[in-house]
Unconditional design. Sequence first.
Length: 110
Amino acid sequence: MGATEEREPLGAVEWVAVALTGGLFAILLLQVLLRYIGIGFVWVEELSIALFVWLVFLGASLAFRRGEHPIVEFGAQALERRLSPPGMRRVRTLLAGLLVVVLGVLAVGL
């Protein structure tokens, strides 16, 4: 992004990611400070892992939606050189269907 380009305002997913990052930072900082004086919360580790996992998924979805994921970009450029536009549409439809199946399996927990 160049210096003269304006950024779009943050959307809902970006705000959730910002809030999760702030929450993660706050609870980890609190845990470090409290352990320094000999007190600690048992739940901080589990909550920080859960927040981090959500941040990874949100970040991946944002990068994918913006086309900024390096592997997706590299693969798309390689395929666009070899396939016609209708062929690329079929590949994108196939990949979207595969993504739905994988996410469905993950959601069900098989």
